[in-house]
Write a protein that binds this ligand. Sequence first.
Ligand code: APR
Ligand code: ZN
Ligand code: ZN
Length: 361
Amino acid sequence: MAQQVQAVIAPGRNEPVRVETIVIPDPGPGEAVVKIQACGVCHTDLHYKQGGINDEFPFLLGHEAAGVVESVGEGVTDVAPGDFVILNWRAVCGQCRACLRGRPWYCFNTHNAKQKMTLLDGTELSPALGIGAFAEKTLVASGQCTKVDPEVAPEVAGLLGCGVMAGIGAAINTGQVGRGDSVAVIGCGGVGDAAVAGARLAGAAKIIAVDIDDRKLETAKKMGATHTVNSRTTDPVEAIRALTDGHGADVVIEAVGRPETYEQAFYARDLAGTVVLVGVPTPDMKLELPLLDVFGRGGSLKSSWYGDCLPSRDFPMLVDLHQQGRIDLAAFVTETIGLGDIEQAFARMHDGDVLRSVVVF
Ligand code: APR
Ligand code: ZN
Ligand code: ZN
């Protein structure tokens, strides 16, 4: 039996979001209905609302979520009703070249639920990143559900579904930060702070946080930064070099998504160092670098997409490490809010004080 639940819809470009009743079909083959317990508010939700992703309004927003599987469709064996899960937006196919070569985080063939959730009048909804979890319940592909320790607080677990995983993964998966490394993180919002926390987890000896806002640098210290640089007043490349005996950092993570900060990252790395781009640029942005400077260095330039994560490997591990007190994911939760408060959460997003607002049910 299809069921009706409350959910947050973005009805049209730049229109305020609103709470509406939506219809969730019973799960079909390969699908699951998940009762959402918590869902973080991410910049991508705001981009959807602004029409910056595509024009397939109305959107069902929300994609950083955790909850309990309520029911599963035919053939679903990976999760069962009652399982506590984190949702991911990259359910991999298992059959493409990337999957078959053991690098599923490069899978191009990811999938979501086939059936559509709708408004009461039958209008089909586009779930943000194929999830749509600002809703009491949502319909996903079973491969979007990853079972983790149910003892963890849902508002903490949900954050691993997007931004926090992107940042931690940029450090531990893409950057391959190792014990004793020096790491610099440029841009210390939620993603950059997660990269700082990831670098600490990986055993980095020096973690240099760079931002233009002193309040962000204070938070970065709590996440594990050993040094901070305000790049509004200090040249970050010189500062990072000075802090690394003139060498530059072994791994520099760019978590802003701008050409000038990428350029800083490029020049702030050790000759054999790695630059990781995790900040998302806009289509108009271009990078201009003297080719001789690229030639004159070894190392590597990488981008990190969803932290190159493998949910089945990384979500349970990070939840366990959090439960053991070895990484503090709760520090990313600034406030918990209700379904009706998302518009205010969008407005506060660029406040220096908010890392994540999380809707709890
Ligand atoms: N130099 C250094 N830091 C900067 C600069 C700059 N020129 N410009 C902005 N910042 C800082 C901001 O002060 C802020 O702390 O970058 C941080 C960006 O943080 P948020 O806006 O909170 O964004 P976040 O969620 O962390 O995402 C960062 O990663 O996933 C992508 O789309 C996301 O591109 C965005 C980036
Ligand atoms: Zn694949
Ligand atoms: Zn997100």
